[in-house]
Design a protein around this ligand. Structure first.
Ligand code: FRU
Length: 485
């Protein structure tokens, strides 16, 4: 039996009951998951692959797990597609991306062998994939002198006219993180083109998981730099995920400013893809390398974010949950002009699976808090302090086993008028002011804690729109079509 066959057997026999997982966020059937990989539309479905170590609850030999979705909401399990078992990847099939080609669905990934990282390809039909025998197709020794062959990973592929482009994260011996670029006409012969972007400071920021797309001609680069220092409201997460906007109709990112993609506690290594209707969609790993949160009962760990539709507004990346979630609204409860003074719970506004909008009709409040997943023992709080001009996220009392990495304080400048909160079991994503800032985090609070409270020091006038999610129909579909057979 090959390692891939053994892995498929293992995941089939050990898969967690679907109902013990988030409803509309992708999570691994069993064991460990990190970065999204090969997020793409192919043969009538969205495909999401991911870094996967099924037989451990922590990072280990990296496989590529696989799930598919028709609508970005209902994620269905598919058998693992790649295991680290070939001469060019026996120490890991690390992160990468996918593209549709004339010959099928192509995956490009980093094959790890000892202290070498090279780029490899595999071709498939959306279910099974065959690694190219001539792998690796891009080798560290194609890089100029002074570039690490050990930190050379996470290829992002795309095509413009008749040329394939591939950008890859890399580190230089002078400790500058950089993203290098290669081109190819045939996917197997690649030419080094140069450095697409380099970090301004030599601070050992390996630029992991680069991504690239254009929006109205503006080139957008995303990447996840390791080991960053916080700077104002930016980069509080140590290993961060950022975006940069280049000059229109070029590949020029010189002088571009980095901004965090997500300001929460759990977010890393996002990838994007284009939906058939042209939307640019982002999905990230909703976890952090500084500690992955899970309950004592879980046999699987970590999840992805809910897919987010991207747009640009005044040089800012805007993220909104994809509209498909609206097809799963069950009940809608609305309150308008509700005055919050002290602590208020609104009838029927409670639960762990919802999409809630909060609009502030005035800015007279000093400090406004929403408590989520609350009961007499637990709560997770999101506080807007208009006085300090600061957002405070606090999961100290969310049932965490360790009291660290629980608090995030982020300054803001523009007044906060709207929140949209997506909650799915143990995951929360908070979209501020129509998606100008997003805060993602995981809790381990028992599922029975489903209270939601609003608190304000001075009267706050708010509208609330609360949609419960039809989890029963999502789980039913996932059980029927997404169980590993
Ligand atoms: C990012 C990362 C990638 C690497 C993968 C390994 O989280 O470190 O750079 O390819 O995870 O699992």
């Amino acid at each position: 039996m090959t390692l891939l066959e053994k892995t498929r057997q293992f995941e089939k026999e050990n898969q967690a009951p679907v109902k013990e997982q988030p409803a509309f966020h992708a999570a691994p059937a069993v064991g460990w998951m990190n970065d999204p990989n090969g997020f793409s539309w192919y043969d009538g479905q969205y495909h999401l692959f991911y870094q996967y170590c099924p037989n451990k609850m922590k990072w280990g030999p990296m496989h590529w797990g696989h799930q598919v979705s028709d609508d970005l909401v209902v994620w269905k399990r598919k058998p693992c597609v790649m295991a680290p078992e070939n001469s060019f990847d026996y120490d890991g099939c690390f992160s990468g991306t996918a593209i549709e080609t004339d010959q099928g669905h192509l995956l490009i990934y980093t094959g790890v062998t000892g202290s070498y990282q090279n780029q490899c390809i595999a071709l498939g039909d959306g279910l099974t994939y065959k690694k190219f025998e001539g792998n690796p197709v891009i080798k560290g020794d194609q890089l100029p002198d002074g570039c690490s062959h050990e930190d050379f990973r996470d290829p992002k592929i795309w095509k413009e006219k008749d040329t394939y482009y591939c950008i890859i994260g890399n580190m230089r011996q002078d400790k500058h993180g950089q993203i290098v670029m290669f081109t190819s006409k045939n996917l197997t012969d690649w030419k080094y083109e140069g450095i697409l972007y380099e970090m301004p400071r030599a601070e050992k920021n390996m630029l992991e998981c680069p991504g690239f797309f254009r929006m109205d001609g503006i080139p957008v680069l995303i990447t996840s730099p390791q080991n960053m220092h916080a700077d104002g409201k930016e980069f509080h997460n140590g290993h961060n995920s950022v975006y940069l906007l280049g000059k229109k109709d070029t590949l020029d990112f010189s002088g571009a400013t980095m901004h965090s993609i997500d300001y929460g506690l759990d977010f890393y290594a996002p990838e994007t893809t284009i939906a058939p209707d042209g939307r640019e969609i982002l999905i990230g790993w909703m976890a952090s390398w500084h500690g992955t949160q899970m309950t004592k009962e879980q046999t699987w760990t970590t999840q992805m974010t809910f897919p987010r539709e991207l747009s640009l507004e005044e040089d800012m990346l805007i993220q909104k949950p994809v509209a498909e979630i609206e097809n799963y609204y069950l009940d809608t409860i609305k309150y308008s002009g509700k005055v919050i003074e002290g602590e208020v719970e609104l009838p029927e506004v409670k639960g762990r699976f919802f999409d809630m909008g909060v609009h502030f009709n005035c800015q007279g409040f000093k400090k406004f808090t929403i408590e989520l997943a609350k009961n007499e023992r637990f709560k997770t709080t999101f506080t807007i302090s208009n006085k300090k001009k600061q957002i405070l996220l606090d999961r100290t009392y969310s049932g965490m086993l360790e009291d660290h990495n629980c608090i995030r304080k982020v300054p803001f400048t523009e007044e906060i008028t709207d929140l949209r909160i997506l909650m799915d079991q143990y995951g929360i994503e908070i979209f501020v002011n129509g998606g100008k800032m997003v805060f993602s985090l995981i809790l381990t609070t028992p599922i029975s804690a489903e209270g939601i409270a609003f608190k304000s020091k001075k009267a706050a006038d708010i509208d609330v729109t609360f949609h419960t999610i039809d989890t029963a129909s999502i789980y039913r579909k996932r059980e029927a079509e997404g169980t590993l057979q």
